[in-house]
Design a protein around this ligand. Structure first.
Ligand SMILES: *Cc1c(COP(=O)(O)O)cnc(C)c1O
Length: 343
């Protein structure tokens, strides 16, 4: 392992994830000034303001601030299901692939993946996956991911969302959105956030991905659901006391972040085109927001080689490399990165 200070000095562009951003001076200032209180008692005014703001933007009644997107998703699963049930979700969904079996250990439920080319499940396929027979695990909920991380940051079209909402209504099932990057989806579709989030009973929104906050996600839903969610959050160790210092940074991220996502998407397209032109295997149809997957032999060795030249990416499989753009990669840094990656 190279020592981190040594590495940082040589980094031209950190494209491993949109979680690597550091708080802006405006966030630091807001953190220093934030009024705070004990949030486990519901008394932190800055946390309350953040929850109200995310609820307003998503068109939901109430919100609850948590340390991570894993926690907001898993609290939502606990809210909507009973032990022994299934969670219908798109293949490759983060709630199962990258949340450490938590739906089984905390809620006692199992996933039922449905096919989802480019991260978009077919509403008819979702309907087919619903089970009510006494011989099978009953369906407890449906969960979608928008944008879909593993599929390449892909966006679910609004008519598909409406059709899956109709399936949920007809089958009397709750519908959750893992909206870690739902602001990217709204930017890509050029619609207000609520046009997406209003289709769901609960939505998990990450502030610490492309929006750039240092920590935190918010779960939104009804006020009654959020009262229950508060208990599950405490069970998971997510009662955070004077967390207004974090919420203050997240409020700045909500104010300044969404408008910057279009720039991230433009730069992502520029990098994807440059990689494709240089002969890399990139599925350009999947490049819709701020993520690019490249298929190449020996991903780990290639990533290590690029890191030596100052460009950081993630090897996410033996032959798969992921690049993620964020607001702390400037046009200049991107040009440098392209020079290294296409050398
Ligand atoms: C990052 C991410 C999450 C949440 O991850 P945490 O690291 O727990 O904050 C959830 N869903 C998706 C799709 C993500 O990309």
């Amino acid at each position: 392992m190279t020592a981190l200070p040594e590495l940082q000095r040589r980094v031209l562009a950190d494209l491993r994830s949109d979680t690597v951003t550091t708080p802006t001076p405006e966030m630091r200032e807001a953190m220093a000034q934030a009024p705070v209180g004990d949030d486990v008692y519901g008394e932190d005014p800055t946390v309350n303001a953040l929850q109200a703001e995310v609820a307003r933007l998503t068109g939901h009644e109430a919100g609850l601030f948590m340390p991570s997107g894993t926690m907001t998703n898993q609290v939502a699963i606990a809210l909507h299901t009973r032990r022994g049930e299934e969670v219908i979700c798109a293949e490759g969904s983060h709630i199962y692939e990258w949340e450490l079996g938590m739906m089984a250990t905390f809620s006692g439920v199992v996933p039922r993946f449905v096919p989802a080319p480019l991260g978009v499940p077919d509403p008819a396929g979702v309907r087919l996956a619903v089970r009510h027979s006494i011989h099978q695990s009953p369906t407890g909920m449906i969960s979608l991911e928008n944008t879909h991380n593993k599929a390449g940051g892909t966006v679910i079209p609004l008519d598909i969302l409406a059709a899956i909402r109709a399936v949920a209504d007809e089958e009397d099932l709750p519908l959750h959105l893992d909206g870690a990057r739902v602001f990217n989806a709204a930017a890509a579709l050029d619609v207000p956030l609520a046009d997406i989030t209003r289709h769901f009973d609960t939505v998990s929104v990450c502030l610490s991905k492309g929006l750039g906050a240092p920590v935190g996600s918010v779960l939104v839903g009804s006020a009654a659901q959020m009262r229950q969610a508060h208990r599950y959050r405490k069970m998971m160790g997510g009662g955070m006391r004077q967390s207004g210092v974090l919420a203050a940074a997240a409020l700045v991220a909500l104010r300044d972040g969404p408008a910057r996502l279009r720039e991230d998407h433009r730069r992502t397209r520029q990098l994807a085109d440059a990689l494709a032109n240089a002969g890399y295997s990139v599925n350009l149809a999947a490049v819709q927001t701020n993520i690019i997957y490249v298929t190449l032999p020996d991903a780990a060795a290639q990533v290590a080689h690029w890191a030596q030249a100052g460009v950081l990416a993630s090897a996410l499989g033996p032959d798969s490399v992921r690049f993620v753009l964020h607001h702390q990669v400037s046009d200049g840094a991107l040009e440098e990165a392209i020079r290294v990656l296409t050398a």
